[in-house]
Design a protein around this ligand. Structure first.
Ligand SMILES: [Zn+2]
Length: 194
């Protein structure tokens, strides 16, 4: 079945009337999509198949934007993102659009809290996941701006009922995938560099 790229349907989750994410099948809004990574990868495949990757209004840029904002649309990531946004916006009246790395850091910090990682453990995982030395330094520079160690510990206490103890390695594997998708790392490029 071909999906209509421009079909704007309502979310099919019972009782929800939010607009669905583009190319979601069944149509689901960002709150109800069970796995955003799967949705995003499938959407890129659909766009590529329809030869619409670089065709606005719904090209890969649009879908990527939907993906990164959906990542921070609920739960702990939303708290982290909104706190960061508020500090960045304080007293300024200009439109903001944050770099992709900010969305990755929010995602990583939330995964760290829920996965019961220490702040140092989170830094260790970020160091392993982020490819180049330059990008690694940038990511570690952004981390305390997104969430300080003190705030991280507070959130770990607040979310202790949702915590699932995970190994550092399993968090690392998941974040590798998020990093590749959020930062739009071309896997062929990645392979060529390793
Ligand atoms: Zn919904």
């Amino acid at each position: 079945m071909t999906k209509d790229l421009f079909d704007q349907r309502a979310c099919s989750n019972g009782g929800c009337d939010s607009p669905s994410m583009p190319l979601s099948e069944p149509p689901l809004c960002r709150e109800h999509i069970p796995d955003l990574e799967i949705w995003y990868e499938a959407a890129l495949v659909d766009l590529r198949a329809a030869n619409q990757l670089d065709a606005p209004p719904i090209g890969q840029g649009f879908v990527h934007d939907m993906y990164r904002y959906a990542l921070v649309s609920k739960g702990l990531p939303r708290i982290l993102y909104e706190e960061f946004e508020e500090r960045e916006k304080a007293g300024r009246e200009i439109a903001f659009s944050f770099a992709d790395i900010i969305f990755f850091i929010v995602k990583a910090a939330a995964a760290g809290v829920i996965g019961s990682l220490s702040y140092d453990g989170l830094k260790r995982v970020i160091r392993k996941v982020v490819g180049s030395k330059e990008a690694r330094n940038e990511a570690l520079e952004h981390l305390p701006k997104v969430v300080s160690e003190q705030r991280y510990i507070e959130l770990a206490e607040r979310f202790q009922n949702e915590v699932a103890v995970e190994t550092e390695e399993s968090i690392e594997i998941r974040l590798r995938r998020s990093y590749r998708l959020v930062m739009r790392v071309d896997t062929s490029e990645e392979k060529a560099n390793t």
